[in-house]
Ligand binder design. Structure first.
Ligand code: PLP
Length: 394
């Protein structure tokens, strides 16, 4: 059996009429850039987030740096994030011209550890960019408290968590801006690149709209800006898909529950943690081998058996060759949890369109590998879970 890592084409076939209908509408409208479909999708997306505004931009990376620039954050300013995220989170901070400051993650959730943020704050700190990694919300109430005490702006990098929520809080509720990526593999993905910023702040909304469109909000009137717009064809795809996002996330949660129940007895593995009261939307279903030296062996075994498992992210940003490439960066204390996560992580295929047979096959193969390594099984947490439990995950 083969289990692919993505289910894009299956998803397209399931809602082909809705997507094709929207594409047709855009094609017949003759307005393909900044047209009515973009406007419609922006208002649907704002309603979904419960924010006053949403601005479609070129991709999820641009969404972050456009938000930073719109806040006036740039050279000389520090922005705090964590190093076990997709590279783009830090890249966007550098594109804005600011210094990326890396704080360790929680050993359980892999999101930024709120207990470690305060020690990283200096007089130059201007913002925090927590990532809702793998589809589970970072501890926003704790992060918001620190931001409030130090007068910092908050941007949620929600490329991976659309539709998730925390215990008593929603995404976009506690921050200045929330960014999203619509690259095809995301929970809400178009057939290509796309991104958005959601915000309640009318000034940010206006500034980002200008910046994404050559510094212009009126024909022939410009200030310094960029070209980073979400095309109407992509908006049409996303408008059709947004209607299904909750049901698709429910399916991801169902498959994640099956995998976790099936793999519960594996003594060489740690499984994803969903915090009480949180809605994890499993953009990625990431297991960790208890021993770093097992990771590549398990990955090879799964790939050799037709399961297209991958790693997210096997090299932490500060461990990439050449870091920081002449850009400004600071490591705030030990990053041991993030480094151990990089060494031990494996993502199993996870998407709503998986089948029972595929999920059962993944469980059987992972268990087969685990049983072949029964001699090293342990009831203790693995290398990536040994860090001190913090306030959000203890
Ligand atoms: C956490 C995170 N931030 C930012 C991005 C950047 O988004 P994009 O690829 O659309 O630029 C991604 C994904 O690609 C991501 O996973």
């Amino acid at each position: 059996m083969k289990v692919e890592f993505y289910g894009h084409v299956r998803q397209y076939h399931n809602i082909k009429t809705e997507i094709d209908g929207n594409l047709q509408q855009v094609l017949e409208s003759s307005q393909y850039v900044m047209g009515p479909m973009l406007k419609r999708f922006e208002s649907e997306l704002a309603a979904y987030h419960g924010t006053k505004h949403a601005i479609g931009v070129g991709n999820g990376t641009d969404a972050i740096w456009l938000a930073l620039m719109a806040m006036g954050i740039g050279p000389g300013d520090e922005v705090i994030t964590h190093p076990n995220t997709f590279f783009a989170t830090a890249e966007a901070i550098w594109i804005a011209g600011a210094t990326a400051v890396f704080v360790d993650c929680c050993p359980k959730t892999k999101c930024i550890c709120p207990d470690k943020i305060e020690a990283a704050v200096t007089a130059r700190t201007k913002a925090i960019v927590p990532v809702h990694l793998y589809g589970q919300c970072a501890d926003m109430p704790a992060i918001k408290k620190i931001a409030g005490q130090h007068n910092l702006r908050l941007i949620e990098d929600n490329a991976q968590g659309i539709g998730a929520c925390g215990n008593g809080f929603k995404i976009a509720e506690l921050s200045d801006a929330t960014t999203t990526s619509f690259i095809i593999q995301k929970n809400l993905g178009t057939f290509g690149d796309g991104g958005a910023v959601a915000t309640n702040d009318p000034k940010l909304d206006q500034r980002i709209r200008q910046l994404r469109n050559h510094g212009s909000s009126q024909r022939n009137v410009h200030s310094y800006g960029f070209n980073s717009r979400l095309d109407d064809l992509h908006a049409g795809v996303l408008s059709a898909k947004l209607k299904h996002i909750d049901e698709w996330n429910d399916l991801r949660r169902k498959w994640a529950g099956r995998l976790s129940a099936g793999l519960a007895g594996c003594g060489n593995l740690d499984l994803p943690v969903e915090l009480p009261g949180y809605r994890h939307v499993y953009h990625l279903y990431v297991i960790e081998t208890k021993r770093p030296e097992h990771r590549d062996d398990l990955l090879k075994f799964l790939n050799g058996n037709g399961i297209d498992a991958k790693t997210h992210y096997s090299i932490a940003i500060h461990q990439q060759a050449g870091f920081p490439w002449g850009k400004e960066a600071r490591l705030a204390g030990s990053l041991a949890n993030a480094e151990a996560n990089a060494a031990c992580c494996i993502s199993l295929p996870m998407y709503p369109e998986l089948t029972e047979d595929e999920v059962n096959y993944m469980i059987a193969k992972v268990k087969e590998w685990d049983q072949a390594h029964a001699a090293t099984a342990t009831g203790q947490p693995g290398a990536a879970r040994q860090g001190q439990a913090c306030s959000c995950c203890s």
